[in-house]
Design a binder for this molecule. Structure first.
Ligand SMILES: NC(=O)c1ccc[n+]([C@@H]2O[C@H](COP(=O)([O-])OP(=O)(O)OC[C@H]3O[C@@H](n4cnc5c(N)ncnc54)[C@H](OP(=O)(O)O)[C@@H]3O)[C@@H](O)[C@H]2O)c1
Length: 222
C-alpha cells in the first residue's frame, strides 16, 4: 500500500485529498494545525502539524513511516485583501510567506530521507494561478501572489536536486475551489479539483518534473 502525506488536511482541499487517496487504497498521514476537523471521520493517521514551526515539522516527520510515496504540500492561507499599496501590512506579509512559501520547504526538508531512493516519490506543491507573473493582470492580493510565486520558484529551483534523488515535483493550481478560502462563488467543487490533481500525480514522471499545471491538466504560464 503506497503512503501519502497531506498537510493542512482537516478541512477544504486538504481533507478532500485525504478522502480520495484513502478511497484509492493509499495509507494516508494527515497533518492538522489546530483541530482534527473532518479528519476524525476518516481512517487517515492524523498528527498535529504547524508548517511554520521547525519543532512541529520535525516531530511530524519522526511520526511517519520510513517510506513516503507522495507528499502533498497543501497547507496555505489567504492574505489581507488590502485595497491599496498603502494598506500592505508587512507583518502579515511575512506570516503569509512563512506559511505558503517556507512551510512547504520545511516539510520537504524534514521528509527528504523518506522520499525517492529505489522507487520514485512525488511532491505535489499546491500553488495557485495567482502565483503566475504572466497571469497577474489585476494586481492586488499582494502577499498571496508573492507567496505562491516564491513557492513556484522554490519548487523549480529544487527540481534537479530532487530528480537526482528520484523525486518528481508537480506544481498544481487546484482551480477556484469551493472551500473556506475559495468561498461559495467558486466554480470548481473539491471533488472535481482533487480528482483532477490526483490524475496529475498519477501521470507524473521524472521527465516532466517541475511542471506548473492546473487540476484538469492545462499547462499554466509562469
Ligand atoms: N480554494 C481555492 O480556490 C484555492 C485556489 C488556488 C490555490 N489554493 C490553495 O490550496 C490550498 C488549500 O486551500 P483551501 O481552499 O483548502 O483553504 P482552507 O479551506 O482555508 O484550508 C487551509 C488549510 O491550511 C491549513 N493551514 C493554514 N496554516 C497552516 C499552518 N501554519 N500549518 C499547517 N496547516 C495550516 C488550515 O488549517 P487550520 O484549519 O488550522 O486553519 C487548513 O487546513 C492552499 O495552499 C491554497 O493557497 C486554493
Amino acid at each position: 500500500m503506497p503512503t501519502a502525506v497531506v498537510t493542512g488536511a482537516n478541512r477544504g482541499i486538504g481533507l478532500e485529498w485525504v478522502r480520495q487517496l484513502l478511497d484509492k487504497g493509499w495509507d494516508v498521514h494527515a497533518g492538522y494545525r489546530t483541530d482534527e476537523g473532518g479528519l476524525s471521520g476518516t481512517s487517515a493517521h492524523h498528527h498535529q502539524l504547524d508548517v511554520t514551526s521547525k519543532e512541529s515539522v520535525e516531530a511530524f516527520a519522526a511520526s511517519l513511516p520510513d517510506r513516503v510515496d507522495l507528499l502533498v504540500n497543501n497547507a496555505g492561507v489567504a492574505d489581507g485583501r488590502w485595497r491599496s499599496i498603502e494598506d500592505i501590512d508587512h507583518e502579515q506579509v511575512l506570516k503569509v510567506l512563512d506559511i505558503n512559501s517556507v512551510g512547504p520547504v520545511r516539510v520537504t526538508q524534514a521528509l527528504l530521507s523518506r522520499l525517492g531512493g529505489d522507487k520514485m516519490s512525488t511532491i505535489a506543491m499546491v500553488s495557485s494561478l495567482m502565483g503566475s507573473v504572466e497571469d497577474c493582470i489585476s494586481g492586488k492580493s499582494y502577499a498571496y501572489r508573492a507567496s505562491k510565486s516564491a513557492l513556484n520558484m522554490f519548487s523549480t529551483a529544487m527540481k534537479n536536486e530532487l530528480r537526482d534523488a528520484n523525486i518528481s515535483v508537480v506544481i498544481l493550481h487546484p482551480g477556484w475551489v469551493q472551500t473556506d478560502m475559495g468561498g461559495p462563488n467558486a466554480t470548481v467543487t473539491p471533488l472535481d479539483s482533487i480528482a483532477g490533481m490526483i490524475q496529475r500525480v498519477e501521470e507524473q514522471t521524472l521527465e516532466i518534473t517541475g511542471r506548473f499545471v492546473q487540476y484538469d491538466g492545462e499547462a499554466l504560464p509562469w
